[in-house]
Design a protein around this ligand. Structure first.
Ligand code: SAM
Length: 282
């Protein structure tokens, strides 16, 4: 059977006696027009390798396979194995299915080198997976990811608003992030409580080093931990007013007004200060 000859997703789910499990964040996209659109937004095609997390019944997987890409799909819920194997047979060897937890996956080995990530992410693991892909050892070529709208807002937020915080700073320091599509709750089966959105991320060639990222985690944790306070107070344990000044920032500013570049300077100034304080080797 070819991809085009596969039964509609609702029929495939019914034929396998499958229903959604809340504990695994299962909200399915069963409208193939929507999944094809997300696959188009991913800008992948023949010759590309895509890692998809949480294929579930395989709606998005069908969209991705239709582009000609090869897909490595990681699904935690083994119940979907037989249904996805049928999809694999229709895709003539372009789908590899891994039953397991994406948080523990070795993407470099699975992709056999470079690859893209596309996923309608389970809500409970979306943010840890994003941080893994943007700050870990393996860097995807691009990421096209569905999140709850509120998370998508935080990822793409600019300074000045309440959505701007640690997540946005760390994501935007490592990748260019664009909000590309809204998906209303009613598009999912069963519908979640909130709307969703697709975000497209392109990792930066000049990603900060692991040491710099660690420092960025530290300074953003302190600054946004007390986001209503001025930097001179919220950064008190890390160096307070002198640290803010060393980074070229106004010590009276609040975290939510500081640009990503400002936080990177703060991370650098904190690292430089630690170097100065370190005792000289004997
Ligand atoms: N991609 C499908 C779609 O769009 O219809 C399903 C999306 S559903 C929101 C999330 C999927 O991720 C579920 O199939 C769930 O079983 C799977 N999942 C949840 N946690 C996971 C994990 N840690 N690793 C891999 N898959 C996971």
């Amino acid at each position: 059977m070819s991809l085009a000859g596969l039964p509609p997703l609702r029929e495939a789910l019914a034929a396998h006696g499958l229903t959604a499990r809340k504990s695994l964040g299962q909200h399915f996209l069963l409208d193939l027009n929507v999944t094809r659109k997300i696959a188009r937004l991913a800008e992948v095609g023949p010759g590309d390798v895509v890692i998809e997390v949480g294929p579930g019944p395989g709606g998005l997987t069908r969209g991705l396979l239709a582009t000609g890409a090869r897909v490595v799909a990681i699904e935690k819920d083994a119940r979907f194995g037989p249904l996805l194997e049928e999809l694999g047979a229709a895709a003539e060897g372009r789908l590899r299915l891994i039953i397991g937890d994406a948080l523990e996956a070795d993407e470099a080995a699975l992709a056999g080198g470079s690859g893209h990530v596309v996923a309608n992410l389970p809500y409970n693991v979306g943010t840890p997976l994003l941080i893994k892909w943007l700050t870990g050892a393996w860097t995807p070529l691009s990421l096209t990811l569905m999140f709850q709208s509120e998370v998508a807002e935080r990822i793409t937020a600019s300074p000045g608003g309440s959505a701007y915080g640690r997540l946005g700073v760390i994501v935007q320091a490592t990748a260019e992030a664009r909000w590309v599509m809204e998906v209303p709750a009613r598009a999912f089966t069963p519908p979640p409580k909130v709307d969703s959105a697709v975000v497209r991320l392109t990792p930066r060639a000049d990603r900060p080093s692991p040491l710099r990222l660690q420092a960025l985690q530290q300074v953003t944790a302190a600054a946004f931990g007390q986001r209503r306070k001025m930097l001179r107070a919220s950064l008190r344990t890390l160096g307070g007013e002198p640290l803010a000044r060393a980074a070229g920032l106004d010590p009276q500013a609040r975290a939510e007004t500081v640009e990503v570049a400002g936080f990177l300077r703060l991370a650098d100034a904190w690292l430089a200060g630690r170097e100065r304080l370190r005792p000289a080797p004997q």
